[in-house]
Design a protein around this ligand. Structure first.
Ligand code: RFL
Length: 392
């Protein structure tokens, strides 16, 4: 097999890049180690920024997000026993959309399967070769048969635990920060208790209330990093959520738990996001804590920048954008790492010097929600930047 761009991984980054390249008529093959059902079933992100909605829409995969996505204009902050609102639409003119990551994945896979460009699931023993040379390749086994995919470029969209970043690890610089708490992430059949996303800061820790549909809620509760999801009963989770929104009128009635897991909070950035003919995109290059819901949006942002760089290379014979891909992408990455970090600092209970941290958090929330430019700044960061556009 031969192609121009070999994409490793069919998560949001890989599928989005594949979709954009296909629209540009640039040959590409996506190689994914998991089965289709697994990839389509993985529920993770749900808050989609206007930039991501625009990129999806302009690539012909925006119809379901437009009809089924839940459009949000306001955030609620619950602290010191009372709720205050921040209407980010009034401040920025933009809204965010709640639409499950797995739905975006299904939309992108459906669009891909209508093209002639291959999307290969269940690839075993995926390896990359000669990414520094002019003749890179990807090898893997399909149904036990060894395959060789020769290409011009390889893009590692294989997530945090993939094989592509380790291949060039010797020439990368890593920035990493682990937070001393985790989230118990719960997906439950339960009507949202509010039309808005609620960030609650309670003396026992954070509760983040969000949703995936009018009948499914997504709840995050701060917990210890060594907590085990199986040790939490439904009743314990609902009681804790109720306690952390103390002072609000809603009664948490619970519901059937669809899924629960522990999410460790960390930031990680690999610099640069490229070497030779290998590029990294999405979680393969960077991780942000889910506190500002930026991970998927960053993966789509990387794919968009890279697709434009490949278009410039193949259609206009210019490699300047490819060479500066990492520098352009990292500007957005660090902006989101910083904002995600600020959100972590704003809502969690710190075991050390807890009362001092709470006073700081209250002062900061009062500043953000008070008169002055802080609300505007926060709102701009929440809705995110417009997509990167390249002038050809
Ligand atoms: P993914 O989604 O991990 O996809 C990588 C794909 O690569 C495949 N793969 C391989 N394929 C071939 N060969 C190999 N050797 C391979 N190794 C791995 C994998 O099977 C997989 O299909 O990475 P990608 O595409 O970079 O996308 C990143 C996003 O998935 C991630 O950033 C978000 O889910 C983060 N995130 C959120 N982001 C948001 O923008 N908004 C949110 O509201 C939000 N909430 C979340 C989140 C992440 C969470 N968790 C579980 C960490 C909530 C949670 C709980």
């Amino acid at each position: 097999m031969r192609t121009k761009v070999a994409i490793v991984g069919a998560g949001p980054a890989g599928l989005m890049l594949g979709q954009l390249l296909s629209l540009m008529s640039i040959d590409n093959v996506i190689v994914e180690s998991r089965p289709k059902e697994y990839v389509e079933g993985r529920s993770r992100a749900g808050q989609i920024t206007p930039a991501t909605v625009k990129i999806l829409t302009e690539s012909g995969v925006g119809s379901r997000i437009a009809s089924e996505g839940m459009v949000h204009s306001t955030l609620q902050f619950h602290y010191e026993g009372a709720t205050r609102e921040l209407n980010f639409e009034a401040l920025t003119g933009r809204t965010v959309t709640i639409y499950g990551q797995q739905e975006i994945i299904k939309d992108l896979i459906a669009a891909r399967l209508k093209t002639d460009y291959p999307l290969l699931f269940d690839a075993a023993d995926v390896q990359i070769h000669d990414a520094d040379a002019h003749t890179p390749s990807v090898t893997f086994k399909l149904n036990g048969v060894q395959q060789v995919l020769d290409c011009d470029f390889i893009v590692g969209c294989d997530g945090f635990h993939g094989i592509c970043r380790p291949y060039i690890a010797d020439s990368l610089k890593f920035f990493s920060h682990a937070y001393p708490f985790a989230w118990l992430a719960v997906l439950a059949e339960m009507s949202p208790i509010s039309r808005d996303v609620i960030f609650a800061s309670h003396e026992s820790g954070l509760a983040l209330f969000t949703m995936r549909s009018p009948s499914v809620s997504r709840i995050y509760l701060q917990c210890s990093p060594d907590a085990q999801a199986d040790n939490w009963s439904g009743a314990q989770m609902w009681d804790l959520l109720q306690a952390r929104i103390e002072g609000r009128p809603e009664k948490v009635n619970g519901g059937a738990v669809i899924e629960k897991s522990i999410v460790h909070l960390r930031s990680f950035v690999a610099e640069k996001m490229q070497k030779g003919r290998l590029f990294l995109a999405g979680d393969a290059a960077h991780i942000v804590p889910p506190s500002a819901a930026k991970g998927l949006n960053l993966a789509v942002s990387d794919a968009n920048i890279l697709a434009r760089a490949f278009e410039r290379f193949y259609a206009h014979d210019k490699d300047d954008l490819l060479l500066s891909y990492s520098d352009i992408a990292l500007k957005q990455v660090w902006k989101d790492v910083q904002f995600s970090h600020a959100m972590v600092m704003l809502f969690h209970r710190f075991d050390h010097n807890a009362d001092f941290h709470r006073r700081l958090q209250t002062a900061e929330l009062d500043r953000i929600l008070g008169p002055g430019p802080a609300a505007q700044n926060f709102a701009e960061l929440w809705v995110g930047s417009p997509p990167f556009e390249a002038s050809i």
